[in-house]
Design a binder for this molecule. Sequence first.
Ligand code: ADP
Length: 476
Amino acid sequence: MSNILFVASECTPFIKTGGLADVVGSLPQALQKEEKLEVRVILPLYDEIDDVWKNQMEYLTSFDVQLGWRKQEAQLFMLVHDQITYYFIANDYYFTRKGIYGYYDDGERFVFFSHAVMESLRHLDYRPQVLHAHDWQAGITVALANIMKPIEEMKTIFTIHNLKYQGVMPLHIFDDFFNLGKEHIAGMEWDGMFNCLKSALFHADKITTVSPTYAEEIKNPYYGEGIHGMLRERSDDLLGVLNGIDTKEYNPSSDPNLFVNYRTARLKKRQNRIKLHEEINLPYKEGTPLYIIITRLVEQKGLYLVQHILDEFLEGDVQFIILGTGDPEFENYFADLASRYPDKAQAILSFDEGLARRLYASADFFLMPSKFEPCGLSQLIALQYKTVPVVRETGGLKDTVISYNELTGEGNGFSFANYNAHDLLNVLRYTIKIYANTTEWQNLLKNVNKSQFSWKDSAQQYAEIYTKLIPESIIG
Ligand code: ADP
């Protein structure tokens, strides 16, 4: 059995800000159960992690982590949950804070985490053959694994969940946080800055990203976030593997967060919706389609397009709810919108997993007109709850949502191509027309019911990548 160590900054059910947590929380299960790999996960021990979990953790050991000229202590904890072993690295100074990101020293915090992961490898009775790091926060582990070789034969994979976030710092941190020879600067520098993501792209044996379309898009300047040159250089080792979702966890027939469980019945979705409207204080209007957005409130999610057309759209007989937190500009806009349309719109500006599930269960349409979208899990969760996605054709949205075609009867959602507000408005108007046409609507829902996005195929693809990397002599 091969040993794979996942390194990441978030993971369900312990800590989540977005889709990364869903992936790190569910892919190991699929790899372990279906591909017979021994997958373990290492994470920072944030203060935000609930005591329910902290109380179950076993203390393993403490050690010093050398960060340039400084030493910082790390404690290592372990927890087995659902047959997966999780390790947690604690340090009060770096991780006992509110929330998990957004501090001036985030770069330093995750460089510390990466050094601590390397040091942990000396203390664990577990020898990974592959280190699989996710996003920039874990990127430095890839570079250190390659340079310091804590385990000689260990290979590395780096998965890009979002290229926009790269962990960029002034170049002098190379001297402040590392004890490496100057010859290693070139592999960690990009555009005159220290760059955690670039360090991983330079050093990883293989690079993956979370959808085939995004894997192509990021080699071009529009989607390449200034680093497409590096991705082109490594294009022989760059692969897109579509994310799946945990279909047991996101299951409307058993989800305990819902008012009423259901398989496909619209009647039960309606029962959920009636109760939801009471919960969030928006009058329920029979017969109107409900459109929702659940997201981090950032430009990436196409919110400028939404902002541009929402007043016009709300002139029609529709209702709209948004759940999200993020940029104050968007929070203010949506709060104001809700106050201007008390009978039609509501904005809940918080992160609330339970409410998110009830929204997915109640809505007719899920809007995701992203500017770019590495994979997107929300549209997959929406489909799982029989809610029709309306997306822009980019990244993983393009790979998972096929626009409904009245002539062929094919398609599980709606889409538009250009990043243009009126294209979004046109497609939204078209959704109203299809919703009102019983035959077309029923046909579309049949396609939605058939959509499947479990981890099965993608876990197999990852297992193949690992197998190709591990020399046969050490496959256990
Ligand atoms: P990203 O990773 O870019 O944030 P994804 O679509 O891949 O986008 O994943 C987002 C995940 O976070 C989904 O599980 C979605 O339901 C969840 N989510 C986003 N915002 C909220 C919120 N305010 N409350 C609850 N869940 C949220």
